[in-house]
Design a protein around this ligand. Sequence first.
Ligand SMILES: [Zn+2]
Length: 243
Amino acid sequence: MPRRLLPIVVLPLLLAGCAAAEPVAASSPSASPSPTATEATVPPTPTPTPTFDRNARSIDDPASVWVVVNRSRPLNPQDWVPGDLVGVPVAHTWDPLLRQEGADAIVALFAAARAEAGLALASNSAYRSYTSQVGLYHPSNPLIAPPGTSEHQTGLAMDIGAESGECSLSACFANTAEGQWLAGNAWRFGFVLRFPDGLEGITGYPFEPWHYRYVGTELAAEMHATGTRTLEEFFGLPPAPAP
Ligand SMILES: [Zn+2]
């Protein structure tokens, strides 16, 4: 029995486990690929909505998916705890919790990354409590939000990486296939890249290509369509630079 044949047997079993969750499009003739087959995976570009109501949801209420949290806008109350945290059934390094709506959106996003681009994502961090942020915080580290001002405390933010761990929580994640797919597609699932490159003077944080914040599909699509990169700019709020 030639040992070299083993991978040929094992690989389909592994792939079958991965692909089991993906719907099979019975109507697509996979045996005869056509040049137009990729069109379905190109996300539509939304057009700005002239009537978009920027006051439709609160940006102050910690329970609102539009809540804007930064160094100048702590959660109120500062030790707020979301009422609908659930475990997120995705690959992870630390057990992830998110609010139900964000968790559902992340599951859909991870599934799309796999189905559309063959990419395996993982969560590196999701909900963090006020108390855990107290333990993390140190004034000398500009990446750590002061307690009560972390988006992770909203239950709507996740630090996303490649399941391989390549460039996890590092600037080079932006150059990975996973980082680039997220940057181009997360808005479709209601997420925004919260700390874009070069906007530290507005957000208060250096580029974090891994940190995504759920704001719902309507707002994420509108920000994408208008080319608005920060929540502060979209809602006309003052910059919140690091001290
Ligand atoms: Zn983060």
